[in-house]
Structures are given as structure tokens and as C-alpha cells.
Design a protein around this ligand. Structure first.
Ligand code: HEM
Length: 175
């Protein structure tokens, strides 16, 4: 009798087969868009105002940055270098680098008046709850300077882009 009660109790502990554990734990599978290769993000209103800075009125800087092709190289390299930078690499883990490269390119292209619209999120929303520190921003800016030097951008032109990005720090740094 005792043995069969214990056996019955033990059987109750055995989980059912075919349980959808992802569903039980509320795990959502993220699927990349087959065309863009990007993960979907929560809905937001698209606007060039989200870029966080007004564009330069002249297109001379766009030329100094090598037009859209040169700007894309800088955005791509900035993401690659930052992803490998031990000071900040962990912050990029599990974020969508395909989307980041595209939106960063659009943002720089828009600000440099090289003929793009910015379709990403505003800086505060995009970086919320990342717990970014001043040191993280310094590291990213150093990487951007490194990449611009690497791509042969004149020092004065580098500084003009940086002057547009600097005021964004208020929306980025959380601690
Ligand atoms: C002036 C400095 C910065 C600019 C201009 C900038 C620009 C951007 C842009 C355009 C996006 C994409 C927005 C979107 O997905 O809609 C983004 C997202 C992101 N940024 Fe920054 N960023 C800056 C600083 C930083 C720093 C300091 C870090 C970390 C060290 C960082 C890490 C990230 C990450 C991980 C994402 C992906 C967010 C997500 O997947 O939801 N950013 N940033």
C-alpha cells in the first residue's frame, strides 16, 4: 500500500511530454526579417528629428567623408571595432548589429547632409536601460576617432561630426 502511494506520488512529479517550455516561460522567439536580416523592434514614429542633431546645411562635409559609400564604411567599422573592444564589447551582445549598422549609417549620412533620411529610434529610446556610463561613451568616441583616422578623414572634418554627436550624451548616459 505504502509503496503504491509513493509510486503514485513520484509519477505525479514526472513532467508531461511535449510541454512547450518556451510558452510556459514566456520566451519569445525572435525571427530576422528575410529581406533586411533585422530583428523587429517595438513600433515607434519615424522622423529625422530622432537623429538627435540637425544636418549641416552644406554638402561639403559629405564629400570629405566620401559620400554615402565612405560614411557606410565608417558606420560599419565603428560597430565592428566597438564589438571587439573589451571595454564595451559586452554592451553589444544580443543586440542587432545588422540594424545598428544600418541606422548608424543613416544617422551619420543624414547629419552630414549626404542625402539620407534617418529611420531609427531617438537616442534616448534606443539606449534606454543600457546603463551607459561616461566611460562607455568615451570608448565609443575614441573608436569613432580611430575609424575616421583609419579612413583618412581630415581632422577638422572629424571634429565637425563629433560636435554634432557630443550634445547627445545627455540622452545616452544613465549613470
Ligand atoms: C554619440 C554616441 C552614440 C550614437 C550617435 C549612437 C547611435 C545609435 C543608433 C543610431 C542606434 C540605433 C537606433 C535604432 O535601432 O533605432 C543605436 C543603438 C545602440 N547603441 Fe548607440 N549610439 C551612441 C552611443 C552608444 C554607446 C556609448 C554605446 C555602448 C558603448 C552604444 C550602444 C548601442 C547599442 C548596443 C544599440 C542597439 C540597441 C538595440 O538593439 O535596441 N551606443 N545607437
Amino acid at each position: 500500500m505504502v509503496v503504491s502511494i509513493i509510486a503514485a506520488l513520484l509519477m505525479q512529479q514526472v513532467p508531461e511530454e511535449n510541454v512547450d517550455w518556451d510558452k510556459e516561460f514566456g520566451v519569445e522567439e525572435r525571427v530576422r526579417d528575410p529581406e533586411t536580416g533585422e530583428f523587429p523592434v517595438d513600433p515607434y514614429t519615424q522622423s529625422n528629428d530622432n537623429a538627435g542633431a540637425k544636418p549641416f546645411s552644406s554638402d561639403s562635409l559629405a564629400r570629405e567623408f566620401g559620400e554615402q559609400e565612405g560614411i557606410r564604411r565608417i558606420a560599419d567599422r565603428l560597430v565592428e571595432v566597438s564589438k571587439e573592444d573589451p571595454r564595451i564589447s559586452e554592451i553589444f551582445v544580443s543586440h542587432d548589429m545588422v540594424r545598428l549598422k544600418r541606422t548608424l549609417f543613416e544617422q551619420f549620412c543624414y547629419i552630414l547632409n549626404a542625402g539620407c533620411d534617418y529611420t531609427g529610434r531617438d537616442m534616448k529610446t534606443a539606449h534606454t536601460d543600457m546603463g551607459l556610463r561616461k566611460a562607455d561613451l568615451n570608448a565609443l568616441v575614441e573608436n569613432l576617432q580611430f575609424v575616421m583616422r583609419e579612413q583618412g578623414i581630415a581632422f577638422a572634418a572629424q571634429n565637425r561630426l563629433l560636435s554634432k554627436l557630443a550634445p547627445m550624451s545627455y540622452d545616452l548616459i544613465e549613470r
